[in-house]
Design a protein around this ligand. Structure first.
Ligand code: HDE
Length: 702
């Protein structure tokens, strides 16, 4: 018999544990209609009386194997983990819908593209590639951009990245690439980082990676948020219409909020301050009703164009510049709902490149062909059996009928006598030559060979085109990223090998990196199988800065406040930013907030130590003279300002904040905006639309 006081305490605790917080609202309790909390049960539905104590012989005696509730609870806990994805382990997903703009019947018979205005449910998972599930969001890495469209003709998965090219041209090299970038096997570090010998060893021995390397060393690989990045299907696919005519297509997702990235020094600090920066951003935006949106654009072209284009359209290390084939918007993707449960949906979602509806087809891109094998195979390992399509997040939302049966966790076996076809009972589904998926009937002939096409041999020309398309600031970031990464490589010959590739891409880039690495004798340019071209024109669409949004919508200002701050000006600032569609986060010396000049209490979201300026797109210092004096003695406040300055952010400030600016080493420039009146608030907002004052960068020398 348990002693009475212990028993009483147990019951109370159990009650508190019973109360589940309702989704997302942070306060309301999930209760039964009569005010009682829900009854805790076993997985078999059996009601539980005591969830805090195992069944024992006497209160200090041995535990009984008869305790089925304990055994079930621990058994299930022991099996909670499933293998994380070999690549793209860290990810974050959201639900939404795709809306078709106009009928694309001319190009495809895919049902999703037949009717203007039709909405198709969607689920998207963003990810990093190299890190494990618990790694940080701001790694320098490619981002996965995988979209599942639950069409009326089955699921269509566009399993893309935020970069339109890839490291390798043939799927057989993928395991080597992934082994090389992941932690080195003998020491198990560095994790989630490409800045190590094995990665650069592999890359420096793989010239076909050079174009991708330019993208990965650019700011594209450190996006400010999922909401501000593009997505690409990468490979050439086909659209096929009802007359069996096929058109080549490349898929692009363009964010309505425009592109934006952070700078490397900022990324490193964000990883410390908030390793969940990207997932929190998406969570906050969707829960605030700011639904992020992308347009699906298609680059369409025919065989004649493919034959005349400078590069092979089957080569996944090449783009077709937007200036040559304009991407046409065909619909929009809106993300408007977070999953109810991360594991059930985001972790268990199974994307597969081979999921295409009738009217969409593959090309012979050898990377895509390999992927079409890999994605089915990987689901069996991760999700444990052939019935992963029975998991709600993977189940199609259209009728489906087939004779597949049994296996682990079968939940939808065929009903009735017929589990085969043809049958004499007239039961069950049958195939349909017109409605069903038909592969584009391309003529294929040739010898069986293990060869790379000659048309895949140019590895430097588009790498150079990407580099020359960037602004001077962006080019500098690429050089700095290469210098940083290669400075972590301990084997000098690997550094030198990389520099010889860079010289083949752009001599200036190669020389800069060599100089910054302290390489005295410049190596020879890398041998190229095909003479690199230097006549490809710059493409503005490749530059983030040149394609800026000229809007501050969706961005966030960190406002550092102190007791006695100007309440009126703060209200004006908040109102102006709200009108722009931007948000404000109050940062204060204490989390309890501050008392403004009019006596009102300003609640804080962050205390200064927990809210560094790297978490914001711009900052405002709304300080009283005493507040400025006090904060200028605190390192966290000085860093707040100094980092915002160094990261080329716009800084608005009350006049009284000057001592803090001085202590942080801030020199006045057009990005430092004194706030005296409502007019100044508008000046600040207009500046913020440029996102960063890149002209400052030469001065701060990050
Ligand atoms: Fe993947 N990739 N991949 N990949 N990939 C996986 O599938 C693979 C490639 C991409 O959020 C795996 O379910 C091979 C290119 C994304 O769940 C695996 C090759 C592109 C995601 C796999 C590639 C991608 C994956 C691991 C070379 C951009 C995450 C877990 C032929 C176009 C999807 C899984 C999610 C995931 C194989 C190359 C994008 C092992 C063999 C190119 C976004 O099947």
């Amino acid at each position: 018999m348990a002693r009475t006081p212990a028993k009483a305490a147990t019951t109370k605790v159990a009650k508190i544990h019973d109360q589940k917080l309702a989704r997302g609202d942070g306060g309301e309790l999930h209760q039964m209609a009569d005010g009682e909390t829900e009854l805790l049960t076993t997985a078999q539905g059996g009601p539980i009386a005591d969830d805090q104590n195992t069944l024992k012989i006497g209160e200090r005696g041995p535990t009984l194997i008869e305790d089925f509730h304990f055994r079930e609870k621990i058994f299930h806990f022991d099996h909670e983990r499933i293998p994380e994805r070999v690549v793209h382990a860290r990810g974050y997903g959201a639900h939404g819908y795709f809306e078709t703009y106009e009928s694309l019947a001319k190009y495809t018979r895919a049902d999703i593209f037949q009717r203007a205005g039709e909405r198709t449910p969607a689920f998207v998972r963003f990810s990093t590639v190299a890190g494990s599930k618990g790694s940080f969001d701001l790694a320098r890495d490619v981002r996965g951009f995988a979209v599942k469209l639950y069409t009326q003709e089955g699921n269509w998965d566009i399993v893309g990245n935020n970069i339109p090219v890839f490291f390798i041209q043939d799927a057989i090299r993928f395991p080597d690439l992934v082994h090389a970038v992941k932690e080195e096997p003998d020491r198990a570090f560095p994790q989630g980082q490409s800045a190590h010998d094995n990665f650069w060893d592999f890359i420096s021995l793989t010239p076909e990676s050079m174009h991708m390397i330019m993208w990965v060393m650019s700011d594209r690989a450190i996006p400010r948020s999922f909401r501000f990045m593009e997505g690409f299907g990468v490979h050439t696919f086909r659209l096929v219409n009802a007359k069996e005519e096929s058109t080549f297509v490349k898929f692009h997702w363009k964010p309505k909020l425009g592109l934006q990235s952070v700078v490397w020094n900022e990324a490193v600090k964000i990883n410390g301050a908030d390793p969940d920066f990207h997932r929190r951003d998406l969570w906050d935006a969707i829960n605030a009703g700011d639904f992020p949106e992308w347009e699906l654009c298609v680059q369409l072209f025919d065989q004649e164009f493919a034959d005349s284009f400078d590069f092979d359209i089957l080569d996944p290390t090449k783009i077709i510049p937007e200036e040559i084939i304009e991407p046409i918007p065909v619909g929009r993707l809106v993300l408007d709902r977070m999953p109810d449960n991360f594991f059930a949906e985001t972790e268990q979602v199974a994307f597969m490149t081979q999921n295409v509806p009738p009217g969409v087809d593959f090309s012979n891109d050898p990377l895509l062909q390999g992927r079409n094998f890999s994605y089915l195979d990987t689901q069996l390992k991760r999700l444990g059996g052939p019935n992963f399509t029975h998991i709600p997040i993977n189940a199609p939302k259209c009728p489906m009928h087939h004779f597949q049966q049994d296996g682990h966790m079968a939940m939808r076996n065929p009903v009735g006598r017929a589990n085969y076809q043809p049958n004499s009972w007239g039961l069950g589904p049958r195939e349909h030559p017109q409605k069903g998926f038909r592969s584009s009937a391309d003529a294929e002939a040739g010898q069986k060979v293990r060869l790379r096409a000659e048309s895949f041999a140019d590895h430097y020309s588009q790498a150079r085109q990407f580099f020359i398309s960037q602004t001077v600031t962006e080019q500098k970031h690429i050089a700095m990223a290469l210098t940083f990464e290669l400075s972590k490589v301990e084997t000098p010959v690997i550094r030198e090998r990389m520099v010889s590739h860079l010289l083949s891409i752009d001599e200036g880039l190669g020389e800069t990196v060599a100089e910054k690495l302290g390489i005295k004798n410049l190596p020879e340019k890398a041998d190229a199988a095909v003479e690199p071209r230097d006549d490809l024109p710059a493409s503005d669409a490749l530059s983030i800065v040149k394609s800026g949004p000229d809007s501050f919508k969706g961005r966030k200002v960190g406002v550092l406040v102190s007791d006695g701050c100007d309440a009126d000006l703060l209200k004006k600032l908040e109102a102006a930013l709200k009108k722009e569609g931007a948000t404000v986060e109050i940062v204060a010396p204490k989390i309890g907030g501050v008392e403004a000049s009019d006596g009102s209490l300003i609640a804080a979201k962050q205390m200064i130590d927990g809210g560094p300026s790297v978490l914001y797109d711009a900052v405002a210092l709304m300080l009283s003279p005493e507040g400025a004096e006090q904060l200028s003695k605190e390192a966290a406040a000085r860093d707040f300002v100094a980092d915002a300055f160094a990261h080329c952010k716009f800084i608005a400030h009350s006049e009284a904040a000057q001592p803090l600016l001085d202590k942080a080493g801030v020199e006045a420039d057009e990005g430092i905006i004194p706030l005296r009146s409502a007019n100044d608030v508008w000046t600040f907002l207009e500046s913020c639309r440029k996102l960063r004052l890149w002209a400052r960068e030469a001065k701060v020398k990050l």
